[in-house]
Each structure stands twice: as C-alpha cells, then as structure tokens.
Design a protein around this ligand. Structure first.
Ligand code: AMP
Length: 400
C-alpha cells in the first residue's frame, strides 16, 4: 500500500519528505492547535535528558509547515510522506495508539486545481487498492471573510437548541460552534440536521473556489457527495475539506483518509503567509478494508531452483536482479521438491531449474508455475531477455 501511494504521488510531482518521529512540542501545539483533542489529550510528550519538551508526532502537516519555514523551498512545494503517527486514544478496531499514514501536502497556491490534484491522490489510491464502497465527501468552510458572518448565524441557531445538545456541547457550544456540527452524538446530530450550512453563506471568492473544486472533480470523473457537516475545528482551516469512507469498515471508524486546505498555518509557526492543502490516508484502516491478500506483494518473476549446491542460483539471481528482474532462490541446498514448494509459496511465475545436466550446458529448464506447467530449455545467457519477453506475452514459454 505504501509503495502504491508512493508511485501515485511521485507521478503527480510530489517529492519524498522524511520528517522526524519526534520534535519540539511547540511545533505540534502551534501547528495542530493548542485547544484540539490531539494536543490536549492525545499527544505522547516527555522531557529528554537535556530538559527539552518533546512530543512523538501525532500527524505530519505541522512538521511539513516547520520544514517549509526552515528550508524555504521554491513554490509550489509538493511533498509526500509515509510513516507511523502516535496518539493516545482509546484503542479499538481501526483506532490505535500507533498507526501508519501516507499523505501529501502542497504549499503555495490557492488554485482549486491543486485541491483537485490532492484529492485525486487519495481517490486513485483507493481505486488502485480496490477498496470497496469508497465514498468521497467534500465541503467548503469558507475563509476568514465569510466564516465570521456564518458563525453568527450558526450561534443564533444553536442558542435556541442549546438545552437539547449532548452533555458536552450543551455547555460548550458557543466557544466553538462548528464542533457541534462534527459531534457524533445522536442528540447533536438530530438537533443540527436543519442547521444553516457554511456552503450557503460563502463569499464570492470562496463560492468561485468551491465551484472550481467541484467542476475539477467532475472533469476527472471522481464522484463525490457534499457533506456540509464535514468541518474542522481550527481557525486556519479554510475552504475545502474532504474525507474518504469505506463501506467495508464499521460506522464509527469508517474514514480511511481525509484532509483539507489551510490558510494561516504557516504564519502560526512564524513563516510568511502561505496557503496549503493536505491529505492523509490511514494505512491500518485501508488494510482492514481491503484485507491482507488483495494488496499482498506480487511474487517474483522467477525462482531459481539450483540442484547443484547453490552457486548457480547465486550467479543467476545476481545477474537477473541487476537487470531489474525479480528473482528468488532457496538456501541450504534443499531437494527439488522442497525448492519447487518454496517457489509455489512465494508465488513465482516461473521456476528456472538447474541440475548437473543443465549446468554442464549453461542452460536452465524454465517451467511455468501455473496453468499448463509447460517447460522449455533456455540458455542462461538468454534468460533475462526471455523473462522480459514473458512479461507482455502470456504464451512466452510455448514449450512442451
Ligand atoms: P487525521 O490525521 O486525523 O485527519 O486522520 C487521517 C486518517 O488517518 C483517518 O481517516 C484514519 O484513516 C487514520 N487515522 C487517524 N487516527 C487513527 C488511529 N488512531 N488509528 C488508526 N488510524 C487512524
């Protein structure tokens, strides 16, 4: 899965960024937001032997912002990443304290096409992995110009219903009314079903951005549904937010990824005003949704079965691998039967068998591991070319 995302993101021009597993806690407090659950409840933090206050990374976006400010790369800056994240959450199916994310961030442009490009990375990953029942949900949160006015409308709406909200939000709805929309409790959900939505209160610039994102998705034939409830609790999130869910997962933990656009993040960490958009996909959840086999690595192109002790397997595998051909072998001078069993187990397409007779004439017996199990004799010198030819020709062996 990680390799699949890597290929998709690299093909779209996203360079690899490797960020540290831990860094100064301030990066996360300011970058993720000091009032968020991630920072107040879920961060693993400690003091090191030099008295520095450190945290294990709960997410990568804040680190990308820190790296951007530190290194000032040319814009637009497009990076991909992959690695473990740490959050002190209540572990359950699909929710772990260490989990693995792949993701991407693109900084330096407000063009809605960049939103579409980032969303497409997540969509294409789900398609490549054949995740079942994938849905893309999108929303726009407006920006600092239209959010204030919308907030007033929402506060007035909530004020009339405050007593009926969940225990937490009947007390704490005014400080962050958007979070009430995101609440999963049935009381809050039903009370806010008819709430006013930000997408109906966008300023002309945000309206035009929102329609640019939707028409871009249409153009790439990426189906989506609008979910006005899809909010993020932080002020620097602006405009686009999105989430991918899979019907293969349980309701509460069915998000396999998501992301959004941000405005003031780089500034909050001391950098120049720079817009950005990010995506992160949960690999553990994708694994749960797809199952271990569907994404399993493909077997080697050839398994060299050496019945002479191992020297031929060493040389033939060495030469094939240097030519970019996936070749495997057995060790410990096993019997023919045991070696063929290993070839079968790793899912090799062909076995290249070298007994004393083949070795004497510098040939191998190339045998199909599936189907008719035909075999043909091939000179060791021609083996690489034959295997490359076989990639595109299902009938390449054509022997007896
Ligand atoms: P977030 O960084 O919170 O926007 O999460 C992005 C994606 O990471 C989610 O859609 C999940 O697929 C995955 N994810 C987040 N938190 C966890 C967790 N504790 N355990 C497993 N996966 C997670």
């Amino acid at each position: 899965m990680v390799a699949t995302f890597d290929r998709i993101a690299r093909n779209s021009g996203y360079g690899l960024l490797v960020t540290p597993l831990f860094e100064d806690i301030g990066v996360f407090v300011r970058g993720v937001g000091e009032h968020t659950d991630v920072v107040t409840k879920e961060m693993y933090d400690f003091s090191d032997k030099g008295g520095r206050h450190i945290a294990l990374r709960p997410e990568v976006t804040a680190q990308v912002a820190r790296a951007f400010i530190q290194h000032r790369p040319l814009l637009p800056w497009k990076v991909r990443y992959g690695g473990p994240q740490f959050r002190y959450e209540r572990p359950q199916a699909g929710r772990y304290r260490q989990f693995f994310q792949v993701g991407a961030e693109a900084l330096g442009s407000e063009d809605p096409d960049l939103d579409v490009e980032v969303i497409a990375l997540g969509w294409d990953l789900c398609e490549s992995l054949a995740v079942s029942g994938v849905k893309l949900w999108v929303n726009s949160l407006g920006d600092k110009h239209c959010r204030g006015k919308y907030r007033e409308v929402l506060v007035a709406f909530l004020a009339e219903r405050a007593g009926s909200l969940c225990a937490e939000h009947s007390k704490r709805w005014e400080s962050n009314p958007l979070r009430v929309l995101d609440c999963k409790k049935p009381e809050c959900k039903s009370e806010t079903a008819a709430a006013p939505w930000q997408i109906d209160h966008l300023c002309p610039e945000c309206e035009s951005h929102w329609s640019g994102v939707r028409s871009g998705l249409d153009d790439l034939e990426i189906p989506y549904e609008i979910l006005p409830r899809l909010v993020r609790g932080l002020d620097y999130y602006t405009r686009t937010t999105f989430e991918f869910t899979s019907s293969a997962l349980d309701g509460a933990q069915n998000a396999v990824g998501g992301g959004g656009r941000y405005g003031g993040l780089i500034e909050s960490l001391g950098g120049p005003p720079t817009p950005g958009i990010g995506l992160s996909m949960g690999v553990d959840r994708l694994m749960l949704a797809v199952g271990p086999d569907a994404s399993g690595p493909r077997g080697p192109e050839v398994f060299v079965v050496d019945l002479t002790g191992g020297g031929h397997a060493r040389r033939i595998c060495g030469a094939l691998r240097r030519q970019g051909i996936a070749a495997e072998r057995a060790f410990d001078a096993r019997s023919l039967k045991a070696q063929l069993r290993s070839a079968d187990r790793v899912g090799a397409r062909f076995a290249a068998i070298v007994g004393e007779a083949e070795a004497a004439r510098s040939v191998v017996t190339l045998r199909e591991m599936e189907g008719e199990r035909r075999q043909v004799e091939v000179a060791v010198a021609d083996l690489a070319a034959k295997l490359v030819e076989a990639r595109s020709a299902p009938d390449a062996v054509g022997g007896s």
